[in-house]
Design a protein around this ligand. Structure first.
Ligand code: 147
Length: 629
């Protein structure tokens, strides 16, 4: 009862031979981090917090991704925010900070076969004396891996050199060596994780530099889908050396069903066009405030209402499911089973180590129905194929199965749809009933931090604050009279994004007339304060907030400042000339700080507590120090 394919679209026949062999499938999945992307997720009540993790990581339930790449926290900003390092200083070591350990453990608990990968975006300033490519950085990575192993009983499958900051052949060799001599020979090294059009240039040097070739196990780059390609020559060398090509960060900045189908297209084309056998999209769960960049568009679940337990599952999640519930790391891209569809779209065939196989098909660019024929031969299951489909109207819905007849399978593919066909079973569209309704941020908000009796249990981070630059941790007050939140990063970090000064945010940008205050303690030479009416924190191109800032220095100088971030348009679109133009505009755009008023206060000094308050009433803004305007 399927409609006749348009006579103008030629049908495609795939000959699937069970013994044809093919490249190993290393997984599809997501990035967590590259921005403090789970900062509000960690604050969710149960059972919602478990549900959100189930939706991403539980096998045959939701996205069911097979691989996860996390950011190794480094104190510095890495797009939306910053995450606390395990080593704020060279002597320091603490494996309980932050929430990345927890994300890794929860994900792996749900799926022990989940393949884990990690790399740093930022790093503390002591690393290499501010130069990331150093023996310090290799040692810093090993320390993190030791924590992962000894405290959390987890092992990485692979590690990168650094996210999108060029390349260093010496560092790749140093890191490989340092991993080997510290008991991490089994962790594969990928390089160099850049997105620009020179991102594969290093592969040519691997031909002549033998120790580089021995050090880099996996050739990796970012943004292949709609970005610059993996040249055929690179693909040929990778095949010759038996080294995989991985896409260690792609982007699908789309909405709704378009995002779902584009994710499948991205994964399919990464293999078909670039030979990439693993692909992770940035990023998994949107646990960030909406005034942070990329709060919504790329994510599978929006989870930024921890005070209510509300969360939103986006269509994108089912794009991952079309792969994740039909394949596993260690399967293979069956030779002859992957192709562009003549009428628009693409198909990839994955085969299990046994006889099972799955096809993942998208027809995003098709304009009419088209036919697909499969001819099955040798060592392939002859079982009925289950069929799951997503369209604009309904996502991830099981259709009637198709039984091969004399080794032949025929089906008609409608345009703008995603299909998964498989001899495996057990897929489901996992959902949870009774997701709480969203509520506003709870006001009045008052926090003394005394409720965090065991700060370590909280990763040293209170609920609802989102560090944007550096790390603000729960700790004892300097006068030992209780707890406080303290900025604990002692020097400038090797920030991934150009940064401003340490700050953390909380609340809602819809607030207009309100008061915000904090008791502030300054070390000698310091200045700090409170901000309000902050309506953006900037992006990876300059993480400067937009808002009003009441600042107090330890010598009693007090200023009310309006802080305006620069223009930060993304320079991804267009040719090199257009990209350069966007960058120049960003650099030239007006921004920075304008002082609205300054006063010199007496009886203010370092190592004292003072209350700073900002009051917003229409067009009047009042700063108060110790309750005096
Ligand atoms: C990536 C980062 O790795 C992520 O942390 C996040 O910032 C993401 C946001 O788009 O971008 O870095 C890129 C920056 C620019 C491009 C690609 C990746 N680009 O212009 O192609």
């Amino acid at each position: 009862a399927q409609p006749n394919p348009s006579p103008t679209t030629p049908p495609l026949t795939l000959e699937l031979r069970g013994d044809a062999g093919g490249k190993r499938f290393d997984g599809i999945g997501v990035v967590n981090g590259g921005g403090a992307t789970s900062v509000l997720l960690k604050d969710y009540p149960e059972p919602q917090r478990q549900q959100i993790l189930d939706l991403l990581y539980k096998p045959k339930f939701g996205a069911s991704v097979s691989t996860l790449l996390v950011e190794i926290p480094g104190d510095g900003n890495s797009t939306q925010g910053s995450m606390p390092s395990h080593m704020h200083t060279r002597q320091d070591l603490n494996y309980s900070r932050g929430y990345t350990w927890w994300v890794l453990r929860e994900a792996k608990k749900r799926n022990p076969a989940l393949s884990l990968d990690a790399t740093a975006w930022s790093a503390p300033g002591w690393v290499g004396g501010g130069n990331f490519w150093s023996q310090d950085a290799a040692g810093y990575y090993v320390k993190w891996l030791q924590g992962l192993r000894t405290v959390y009983r987890l092992e990485l499958d692979a590690i990168g050199c650094r996210n999108e900051k060029g390349k260093s052949y010496d560092f790749a060799k140093q890191l490989r060596q340092t991993l080997n001599t510290n008991g991490f020979a089994g962790v594969k090294l990928h390089a160099f994780d850049n997105w620009d059009n020179t991102k594969f240039d290093f592969v040519r040097d691997m031909r002549t530099d033998e120790s580089l070739r021995q050090s880099i196990d996996i050739i990796s780059a970012h943004v292949l889908y709609d970005g610059s390609p993996a040249p055929p020559e690179v693909q040929a060398l990778a095949t010759e050396w038996g080294k995989p090509i991985w896409n260690t960060e792609d982007h699908v900045y789309k909405k709704g069903f378009d995002c779902l189908i584009s994710i499948v297209e991205c994964f399919n084309r990464n293999f078909i066009d670039h030979g990439a056998t693993k692909c992770v999209n940035w990023y998994d769960i949107g646990g960030v405030y909406p005034i942070e960049p990329y709060a919504e568009d790329p994510v599978a679940v929006v989870a930024r209402w921890p005070w209510s337990g509300h969360y939103q599952v986006r269509e994108a999640l089912w794009g991952y499911a079309h792969y994740g519930q039909f394949s596993a790391v260690g399967w293979q891209y069956l030779r002859g089973g992957s192709a562009a569809l003549p009428g628009g779209g693409s198909v990839v065939t994955l085969k299990s180590p046994g006889k099972d196989y799955s096809l993942i098909i998208e027809t995003k660019k098709a304009r009419a129905p088209q036919q697909l024929r499969l001819q099955l031969q040798g060592a392939l299951s002859t079982k009925e194929l289950c069929v799951w489909r997503s369209t604009e109207q309904e996502q991830f819905v099981q259709q009637a199965g198709i039984k091969p007849v004399n080794g032949i399978v025929t089906l008609t593919l409608e345009p703008n749809a995603v299909y998964s066909l498989s001899t495996t079973r057990g897929q489901q569209k996992g959902t949870f009933a009774a997701i709480p309704a969203p509520t506003a941020f709870p006001l009045p908000y008052y926090e003394t931090f005394e409720q965090y009796t065991n700060p370590q249990q909280w990763g040293y981070l209170p609920r609802y604050t989102a560090d944007i630059i550096d790390a603000f941790e729960l700790t004892d007050r300097p006068d030992k009279k209780g707890r406080c939140l303290r900025q604990v990063v002692p020097e400038s970090t090797i920030s991934w994004a150009p940064d401003w000064r340490p700050y953390s945010i909380l609340g809602e940008d819809s607030w207009q007339d309100y008061e915000v205050s904090a008791e502030l303690y300054l070390n000698p030479g310091d200045a700090g304060g409170v901000m309000g009416r902050v309506n953006h924190v900037g992006t990876g191109y300059g993480i400067i907030p937009k808002g009003y800032y009441l600042q107090l220095a330890d010598d009693g100088r007090c200023s009310l400042v309006v802080v305006r971030g620069k223009q930060e348009k993304k320079a991804l679109i267009g040719d090199a000339e257009q990209q350069a133009l966007i960058r120049a505009q960003n650099d030239a755009s007006e921004g920075g700080e304008k002082v609205l008023g300054t006063v010199q206060l007496s009886a203010i000094g370092p190592q004292q507590w003072h209350r700073l308050k900002l009051r917003f009433e229409g067009t009047t803004i009042t700063g108060l120090v110790d309750d005096k305007p």
